[in-house]
Design a protein around this ligand. Structure first.
Ligand code: ZN
Length: 440
Protein backbone atom coordinates (compact mmCIF):
# COMPACT_ATOMS: atom_id res chain seq x y z
CA UNK A 1 0.00 0.00 0.00
CA UNK A 2 1.75 3.15 -1.25
CA UNK A 3 0.50 6.71 -0.89
CA UNK A 4 2.04 9.97 -2.11
CA UNK A 5 1.56 13.07 0.05
CA UNK A 6 2.21 16.33 -1.77
CA UNK A 7 2.38 19.81 -0.28
CA UNK A 8 4.39 22.15 1.96
CA UNK A 9 6.54 20.09 4.34
CA UNK A 10 8.57 21.66 7.15
CA UNK A 11 11.00 19.84 9.43
CA UNK A 12 14.37 20.30 11.15
CA UNK A 13 16.38 17.07 10.88
CA UNK A 14 19.55 18.41 12.53
CA UNK A 15 19.81 20.48 15.69
CA UNK A 16 19.76 24.23 15.01
CA UNK A 17 21.73 24.58 18.25
CA UNK A 18 24.66 23.08 16.31
CA UNK A 19 24.06 24.48 12.84
CA UNK A 20 20.96 22.61 11.62
CA UNK A 21 18.39 24.58 9.63
CA UNK A 22 14.72 24.61 8.77
CA UNK A 23 13.97 22.40 5.76
CA UNK A 24 10.91 23.78 3.98
CA UNK A 25 9.93 22.31 0.63
CA UNK A 26 6.88 21.77 -1.50
CA UNK A 27 7.59 18.13 -1.98
CA UNK A 28 6.15 14.67 -2.47
CA UNK A 29 6.54 12.10 0.29
CA UNK A 30 6.05 8.54 -0.86
CA UNK A 31 4.81 6.43 2.06
CA UNK A 32 4.66 2.65 2.00
CA UNK A 33 3.64 0.61 5.04
CA UNK A 34 4.02 3.67 7.23
CA UNK A 35 7.58 4.46 6.12
CA UNK A 36 8.67 7.41 3.96
CA UNK A 37 10.38 5.58 1.10
CA UNK A 38 11.23 8.65 -0.95
CA UNK A 39 11.06 12.43 -0.86
CA UNK A 40 11.28 14.55 -4.02
CA UNK A 41 9.32 15.83 -7.01
CA UNK A 42 5.72 14.79 -7.58
CA UNK A 43 6.46 13.71 -11.14
CA UNK A 44 9.25 11.39 -9.99
CA UNK A 45 7.04 9.95 -7.28
CA UNK A 46 4.17 9.34 -9.68
CA UNK A 47 6.32 7.72 -12.32
CA UNK A 48 7.90 5.47 -9.71
CA UNK A 49 4.46 4.55 -8.29
CA UNK A 50 1.86 5.04 -11.03
CA UNK A 51 -0.83 3.22 -9.02
CA UNK A 52 -0.27 5.11 -5.77
CA UNK A 53 -2.98 7.41 -4.47
CA UNK A 54 -1.88 11.06 -4.42
CA UNK A 55 -3.01 13.17 -1.43
CA UNK A 56 -2.51 16.89 -2.03
CA UNK A 57 -2.64 18.90 1.16
CA UNK A 58 -2.91 22.63 1.89
CA UNK A 59 -1.30 24.39 4.86
CA UNK A 60 1.84 22.89 6.39
CA UNK A 61 2.83 19.33 7.24
CA UNK A 62 5.24 18.98 10.16
CA UNK A 63 6.57 15.89 11.96
CA UNK A 64 4.46 14.43 14.76
CA UNK A 65 5.22 16.25 17.98
CA UNK A 66 6.87 14.63 21.00
CA UNK A 67 5.81 15.48 24.56
CA UNK A 68 8.55 14.42 26.96
CA UNK A 69 6.67 15.22 30.18
CA UNK A 70 2.92 15.03 30.74
CA UNK A 71 0.78 13.66 33.60
CA UNK A 72 -2.10 11.39 32.63
CA UNK A 73 -4.16 11.87 35.85
CA UNK A 74 -3.97 15.66 35.68
CA UNK A 75 -5.90 16.30 32.47
CA UNK A 76 -9.05 17.49 34.34
CA UNK A 77 -7.17 20.03 36.49
CA UNK A 78 -5.53 22.10 33.77
CA UNK A 79 -5.88 25.72 34.80
CA UNK A 80 -5.16 25.56 38.53
CA UNK A 81 -3.64 29.02 38.63
CA UNK A 82 -2.20 31.06 41.44
CA UNK A 83 -0.18 28.56 43.50
CA UNK A 84 3.49 27.61 43.83
CA UNK A 85 4.45 23.96 43.26
CA UNK A 86 4.10 22.41 46.71
CA UNK A 87 0.78 24.14 47.47
CA UNK A 88 -0.54 23.25 44.01
CA UNK A 89 0.39 19.59 44.57
CA UNK A 90 -1.29 19.54 47.98
CA UNK A 91 -4.50 21.35 47.04
CA UNK A 92 -4.94 20.59 43.38
CA UNK A 93 -2.92 17.72 41.90
CA UNK A 94 -2.76 15.10 44.67
CA UNK A 95 -6.51 15.07 45.53
CA UNK A 96 -7.22 14.59 41.82
CA UNK A 97 -4.64 11.81 41.52
CA UNK A 98 -6.27 9.93 44.40
CA UNK A 99 -9.42 9.56 42.28
CA UNK A 100 -7.54 7.23 39.94
CA UNK A 101 -8.05 4.37 42.43
CA UNK A 102 -11.53 4.10 40.86
CA UNK A 103 -11.17 1.87 37.81
CA UNK A 104 -14.21 3.25 36.00
CA UNK A 105 -12.98 6.79 36.42
CA UNK A 106 -9.42 5.85 35.42
CA UNK A 107 -10.61 3.99 32.33
CA UNK A 108 -12.65 6.93 31.07
CA UNK A 109 -9.81 9.34 31.78
CA UNK A 110 -7.24 7.13 30.03
CA UNK A 111 -9.29 7.15 26.82
CA UNK A 112 -9.84 10.88 27.02
CA UNK A 113 -6.16 11.49 27.72
CA UNK A 114 -4.75 9.61 24.74
CA UNK A 115 -7.44 11.11 22.49
CA UNK A 116 -6.50 14.58 23.70
CA UNK A 117 -2.81 13.95 23.02
CA UNK A 118 -3.57 12.91 19.44
CA UNK A 119 -5.84 15.92 18.84
CA UNK A 120 -3.03 18.20 20.02
CA UNK A 121 -0.70 16.74 17.39
CA UNK A 122 1.34 14.74 19.89
CA UNK A 123 2.29 11.41 18.35
CA UNK A 124 4.87 10.29 20.93
CA UNK A 125 4.89 10.97 24.65
CA UNK A 126 6.65 10.12 27.88
CA UNK A 127 3.73 10.03 30.28
CA UNK A 128 3.69 10.17 34.07
CA UNK A 129 1.23 7.42 34.91
CA UNK A 130 -0.78 7.01 38.09
CA UNK A 131 0.13 5.90 41.62
CA UNK A 132 -2.38 3.04 41.11
CA UNK A 133 -1.24 0.03 39.09
CA UNK A 134 -4.81 -0.63 37.91
CA UNK A 135 -4.97 2.87 36.39
CA UNK A 136 -1.58 2.46 34.68
CA UNK A 137 -2.77 -0.84 33.23
CA UNK A 138 -5.83 0.96 31.82
CA UNK A 139 -3.62 3.72 30.42
CA UNK A 140 -1.41 1.18 28.63
CA UNK A 141 -4.55 -0.43 27.23
CA UNK A 142 -5.93 2.89 25.96
CA UNK A 143 -2.51 3.80 24.57
CA UNK A 144 -2.24 0.53 22.67
CA UNK A 145 -5.62 1.20 21.03
CA UNK A 146 -4.73 4.83 20.22
CA UNK A 147 -1.83 3.98 17.93
CA UNK A 148 0.37 6.58 19.66
CA UNK A 149 3.96 5.92 20.77
CA UNK A 150 3.55 5.97 24.55
CA UNK A 151 6.17 5.40 27.22
CA UNK A 152 4.77 5.36 30.74
CA UNK A 153 4.88 3.63 34.08
CA UNK A 154 3.64 3.38 37.66
CA UNK A 155 4.37 6.50 39.71
CA UNK A 156 5.86 5.44 43.04
CA UNK A 157 6.19 7.31 46.33
CA UNK A 158 6.46 6.28 49.96
CA UNK A 159 6.50 9.60 51.85
CA UNK A 160 5.46 13.26 51.94
CA UNK A 161 2.44 12.96 49.67
CA UNK A 162 -1.16 12.28 50.68
CA UNK A 163 -1.12 8.88 52.41
CA UNK A 164 -3.53 7.23 49.94
CA UNK A 165 -0.86 7.69 47.25
CA UNK A 166 1.90 6.04 49.27
CA UNK A 167 3.12 2.50 48.72
CA UNK A 168 6.06 0.46 49.98
CA UNK A 169 9.23 -0.39 48.09
CA UNK A 170 8.22 -4.08 48.14
CA UNK A 171 4.74 -3.52 46.72
CA UNK A 172 6.08 -0.98 44.23
CA UNK A 173 8.62 -3.51 42.98
CA UNK A 174 5.99 -6.19 42.54
CA UNK A 175 3.55 -3.88 40.74
CA UNK A 176 6.21 -2.37 38.46
CA UNK A 177 7.50 -5.82 37.52
CA UNK A 178 3.94 -6.92 36.70
CA UNK A 179 3.25 -3.94 34.44
CA UNK A 180 6.64 -4.31 32.73
CA UNK A 181 5.94 -7.96 32.10
CA UNK A 182 2.50 -7.25 30.64
CA UNK A 183 3.13 -4.15 28.54
CA UNK A 184 6.79 -3.42 27.78
CA UNK A 185 7.44 -3.78 24.07
CA UNK A 186 3.79 -4.37 23.13
CA UNK A 187 3.41 -2.48 19.86
CA UNK A 188 4.60 1.09 20.39
CA UNK A 189 4.54 0.90 24.19
CA UNK A 190 7.57 1.18 26.44
CA UNK A 191 7.95 1.30 30.22
CA UNK A 192 9.41 4.12 32.32
CA UNK A 193 10.49 3.65 35.93
CA UNK A 194 8.88 6.67 37.61
CA UNK A 195 9.51 7.71 41.21
CA UNK A 196 7.47 10.91 41.54
CA UNK A 197 10.45 12.90 42.81
CA UNK A 198 13.09 12.48 45.49
CA UNK A 199 10.96 14.56 47.83
CA UNK A 200 8.42 11.72 47.98
CA UNK A 201 10.76 8.72 47.67
CA UNK A 202 12.90 7.17 50.39
CA UNK A 203 16.34 5.78 49.65
CA UNK A 204 14.81 2.29 49.77
CA UNK A 205 12.27 3.29 47.11
CA UNK A 206 14.92 4.85 44.87
CA UNK A 207 17.01 1.70 45.33
CA UNK A 208 14.16 -0.49 44.10
CA UNK A 209 13.73 1.82 41.09
CA UNK A 210 17.45 1.74 40.37
CA UNK A 211 17.59 -2.06 40.64
CA UNK A 212 14.84 -2.46 38.05
CA UNK A 213 16.17 0.23 35.74
CA UNK A 214 19.78 -0.96 35.68
CA UNK A 215 18.76 -4.58 35.12
CA UNK A 216 16.87 -3.91 31.88
CA UNK A 217 18.33 -1.72 29.10
CA UNK A 218 14.91 -1.40 27.44
CA UNK A 219 13.45 0.57 30.33
CA UNK A 220 13.31 4.34 30.65
CA UNK A 221 13.60 6.46 33.76
CA UNK A 222 11.75 9.69 34.40
CA UNK A 223 11.16 11.98 37.35
CA UNK A 224 11.19 15.64 38.40
CA UNK A 225 14.23 17.70 39.31
CA UNK A 226 15.09 21.22 40.49
CA UNK A 227 11.67 22.63 39.68
CA UNK A 228 11.07 25.07 42.52
CA UNK A 229 13.43 26.57 45.16
CA UNK A 230 11.36 25.31 48.13
CA UNK A 231 11.26 21.80 46.65
CA UNK A 232 15.04 21.88 46.14
CA UNK A 233 15.51 22.97 49.78
CA UNK A 234 13.33 20.15 51.13
CA UNK A 235 15.13 17.52 49.03
CA UNK A 236 18.48 18.76 50.36
CA UNK A 237 17.12 18.36 53.92
CA UNK A 238 15.85 14.84 53.20
CA UNK A 239 19.17 13.74 51.66
CA UNK A 240 21.84 15.42 53.82
CA UNK A 241 24.54 12.99 52.71
CA UNK A 242 23.97 13.57 49.03
CA UNK A 243 25.75 16.25 47.05
CA UNK A 244 22.77 17.51 45.11
CA UNK A 245 19.26 16.76 43.88
CA UNK A 246 20.83 15.15 40.79
CA UNK A 247 22.93 12.98 43.08
CA UNK A 248 19.77 11.48 44.65
CA UNK A 249 19.05 9.85 41.27
CA UNK A 250 22.63 9.26 40.16
CA UNK A 251 23.61 7.27 43.26
CA UNK A 252 20.90 4.72 42.55
CA UNK A 253 21.93 4.23 38.92
CA UNK A 254 18.96 6.15 37.56
CA UNK A 255 20.84 8.43 35.16
CA UNK A 256 21.77 7.29 31.69
CA UNK A 257 20.83 8.17 28.11
CA UNK A 258 17.32 6.78 28.70
CA UNK A 259 16.64 9.15 31.58
CA UNK A 260 14.43 12.23 31.19
CA UNK A 261 14.26 14.73 34.05
CA UNK A 262 11.49 17.31 34.04
CA UNK A 263 12.15 21.02 34.65
CA UNK A 264 15.69 21.56 36.00
CA UNK A 265 15.00 25.27 36.39
CA UNK A 266 17.46 25.62 39.29
CA UNK A 267 20.48 23.37 38.58
CA UNK A 268 24.03 23.87 39.78
CA UNK A 269 26.98 23.64 37.38
CA UNK A 270 28.12 20.24 38.74
CA UNK A 271 24.59 18.88 38.28
CA UNK A 272 24.56 19.97 34.63
CA UNK A 273 27.94 18.31 34.12
CA UNK A 274 26.60 15.12 35.68
CA UNK A 275 23.52 15.07 33.43
CA UNK A 276 25.66 15.72 30.36
CA UNK A 277 28.08 12.92 31.30
CA UNK A 278 25.18 10.52 31.78
CA UNK A 279 23.63 11.52 28.44
CA UNK A 280 20.34 12.21 30.23
CA UNK A 281 17.78 14.67 28.84
CA UNK A 282 15.84 17.50 30.41
CA UNK A 283 12.18 18.11 29.61
CA UNK A 284 11.68 21.87 29.50
CA UNK A 285 8.09 22.75 30.44
CA UNK A 286 7.72 26.51 30.06
CA UNK A 287 3.97 27.06 30.60
CA UNK A 288 4.15 25.05 33.83
CA UNK A 289 7.25 26.90 34.99
CA UNK A 290 5.51 30.22 34.39
CA UNK A 291 2.12 29.19 35.76
CA UNK A 292 3.53 27.81 39.04
CA UNK A 293 6.06 30.65 39.23
CA UNK A 294 8.87 28.09 39.26
CA UNK A 295 11.30 30.25 37.31
CA UNK A 296 12.88 30.86 33.92
CA UNK A 297 14.67 27.90 32.35
CA UNK A 298 18.45 28.37 32.04
CA UNK A 299 18.69 27.02 28.50
CA UNK A 300 22.10 28.51 27.73
CA UNK A 301 23.64 26.80 30.76
CA UNK A 302 22.19 23.47 29.63
CA UNK A 303 23.48 23.94 26.09
CA UNK A 304 26.92 25.06 27.29
CA UNK A 305 27.14 21.97 29.51
CA UNK A 306 26.01 19.71 26.66
CA UNK A 307 22.73 18.58 28.23
CA UNK A 308 20.08 17.45 25.74
CA UNK A 309 16.79 19.32 26.02
CA UNK A 310 13.30 18.73 24.67
CA UNK A 311 9.80 20.04 25.43
CA UNK A 312 7.12 18.86 27.82
CA UNK A 313 3.61 20.16 28.38
CA UNK A 314 3.60 19.13 32.07
CA UNK A 315 -0.19 19.00 32.06
CA UNK A 316 -1.82 19.80 34.52
CA UNK A 317 0.84 22.23 35.87
CA UNK A 318 1.19 23.22 32.23
CA UNK A 319 -1.67 25.01 30.55
CA UNK A 320 -2.55 22.54 27.79
CA UNK A 321 -1.28 19.71 25.63
CA UNK A 322 -0.15 21.85 22.71
CA UNK A 323 3.58 21.63 22.08
CA UNK A 324 3.16 24.54 19.68
CA UNK A 325 2.22 26.64 22.69
CA UNK A 326 5.14 25.22 24.69
CA UNK A 327 7.46 26.13 21.83
CA UNK A 328 6.26 29.73 21.81
CA UNK A 329 6.54 29.92 25.59
CA UNK A 330 10.06 28.51 25.45
CA UNK A 331 10.90 31.38 23.13
CA UNK A 332 9.34 33.89 25.56
CA UNK A 333 11.31 32.48 28.50
CA UNK A 334 14.59 32.97 26.66
CA UNK A 335 13.59 36.47 25.52
CA UNK A 336 13.02 37.45 29.14
CA UNK A 337 16.54 36.57 30.32
CA UNK A 338 19.70 38.56 29.66
CA UNK A 339 21.50 35.21 29.35
CA UNK A 340 18.66 33.70 27.35
CA UNK A 341 19.35 31.72 24.19
CA UNK A 342 17.78 33.39 21.14
CA UNK A 343 15.37 30.95 19.52
CA UNK A 344 14.19 30.97 15.89
CA UNK A 345 11.08 29.20 14.56
CA UNK A 346 13.43 26.38 13.47
CA UNK A 347 14.57 25.93 17.08
CA UNK A 348 10.95 25.71 18.22
CA UNK A 349 10.06 23.10 15.62
CA UNK A 350 13.18 21.10 16.43
CA UNK A 351 12.44 21.20 20.17
CA UNK A 352 8.83 20.10 19.61
CA UNK A 353 9.76 17.22 17.30
CA UNK A 354 13.23 15.80 16.69
CA UNK A 355 14.72 16.80 20.06
CA UNK A 356 11.96 14.89 21.85
CA UNK A 357 12.36 11.89 19.57
CA UNK A 358 16.05 11.69 20.43
CA UNK A 359 15.37 12.14 24.15
CA UNK A 360 12.92 9.21 24.00
CA UNK A 361 15.25 7.06 21.88
CA UNK A 362 12.89 7.11 18.90
CA UNK A 363 15.37 7.67 16.06
CA UNK A 364 12.74 6.71 13.48
CA UNK A 365 10.60 9.81 14.11
CA UNK A 366 11.05 13.57 14.49
CA UNK A 367 11.61 14.57 10.87
CA UNK A 368 10.16 13.65 7.50
CA UNK A 369 13.17 12.43 5.56
CA UNK A 370 13.55 9.23 3.61
CA UNK A 371 13.53 6.12 5.78
CA UNK A 372 11.61 7.76 8.62
CA UNK A 373 8.24 6.64 9.96
CA UNK A 374 5.38 8.78 8.64
CA UNK A 375 4.40 10.44 11.94
CA UNK A 376 3.05 13.82 10.89
CA UNK A 377 0.70 16.68 11.75
CA UNK A 378 -1.22 18.42 9.00
CA UNK A 379 -1.91 22.04 9.93
CA UNK A 380 -4.71 23.47 7.79
CA UNK A 381 -5.80 26.79 9.32
CA UNK A 382 -9.46 27.25 10.21
CA UNK A 383 -11.13 29.07 7.34
CA UNK A 384 -11.27 32.80 7.90
CA UNK A 385 -8.91 32.66 10.91
CA UNK A 386 -6.14 35.14 11.56
CA UNK A 387 -3.71 32.22 11.25
CA UNK A 388 -4.96 31.51 7.73
CA UNK A 389 -4.53 35.16 6.78
CA UNK A 390 -1.06 35.61 8.30
CA UNK A 391 0.19 32.31 6.88
CA UNK A 392 -0.99 33.42 3.45
CA UNK A 393 0.94 36.69 3.78
CA UNK A 394 4.18 35.09 5.05
CA UNK A 395 7.10 36.31 2.92
CA UNK A 396 9.27 33.26 3.58
CA UNK A 397 9.25 29.83 5.22
CA UNK A 398 10.56 30.98 8.58
CA UNK A 399 7.79 33.58 8.83
CA UNK A 400 5.23 30.94 7.89
CA UNK A 401 6.53 28.66 10.65
CA UNK A 402 6.52 31.60 13.08
CA UNK A 403 2.83 32.14 12.29
CA UNK A 404 2.19 28.47 13.10
CA UNK A 405 3.90 28.79 16.49
CA UNK A 406 2.22 32.08 17.38
CA UNK A 407 -1.28 31.48 15.98
CA UNK A 408 -1.65 27.74 15.36
CA UNK A 409 -4.00 25.84 17.69
CA UNK A 410 -5.57 22.43 18.00
CA UNK A 411 -8.47 23.70 15.87
CA UNK A 412 -6.05 24.24 12.99
CA UNK A 413 -4.92 20.61 12.95
CA UNK A 414 -6.65 18.76 10.15
CA UNK A 415 -5.14 15.31 10.66
CA UNK A 416 -2.51 13.51 12.70
CA UNK A 417 -0.64 10.44 11.47
CA UNK A 418 1.41 7.74 13.17
CA UNK A 419 3.12 5.14 11.00
CA UNK A 420 1.04 6.44 8.08
CA UNK A 421 -2.27 5.86 9.83
CA UNK A 422 -4.63 8.64 10.91
CA UNK A 423 -4.89 8.76 14.72
CA UNK A 424 -6.94 11.97 14.88
CA UNK A 425 -8.70 14.19 12.40
CA UNK A 426 -10.93 17.24 12.27
CA UNK A 427 -14.52 16.68 11.20
CA UNK A 428 -14.08 18.79 8.06
CA UNK A 429 -10.66 17.31 7.27
CA UNK A 430 -10.13 16.52 3.61
CA UNK A 431 -7.60 13.94 4.81
CA UNK A 432 -10.55 11.68 5.52
CA UNK A 433 -11.12 11.07 1.80
CA UNK A 434 -8.19 8.72 2.07
CA UNK A 435 -10.30 5.75 3.13
CA UNK A 436 -7.45 3.27 2.96
CA UNK A 437 -6.17 4.59 6.26
CA UNK A 438 -7.84 2.79 9.10
CA UNK A 439 -9.59 5.14 11.47
CA UNK A 440 -9.07 4.52 15.14
ZN1 ZN B 1 5.48 17.07 36.14
Amino acid sequence: MTTIYYGQVMDVPDSPFTGGELRSETTALTVADGIITSRGSLSDAKSAHPDAEVIRFDGILIPGMVDTHVHFPQLPIIGGLGMPLLQWLDECALPQEAQLSDRTYASDLASRFVGALARAGTTSALVFGSHFASAVDLLFDAASRSGLRITTGLVVSDRNLHSELHTTPEIAHEEMAGLINTWKGQGKLRYAVTPRFSLSASEAMLQVCGDLFTADPELFFTSHINENPEEVRVVAELFPDFGSYTDTYHRFGLLNERSVLAHNVHPTAPELRRLAEAGSSVAHCPTSNASLGSGLFPMSAHLDAGVQIALGSDVGGGTGLSLVKEGLQAYFHQQLQTEGHPLTPAHLLYLATRAGALALDLPEVGHLGEGMAFDAVHFSPVEGSTFEYVLGQAPHASAALASLFTLGTEADISAVYVDGEIVSQRSDSSDKVHTALSLR
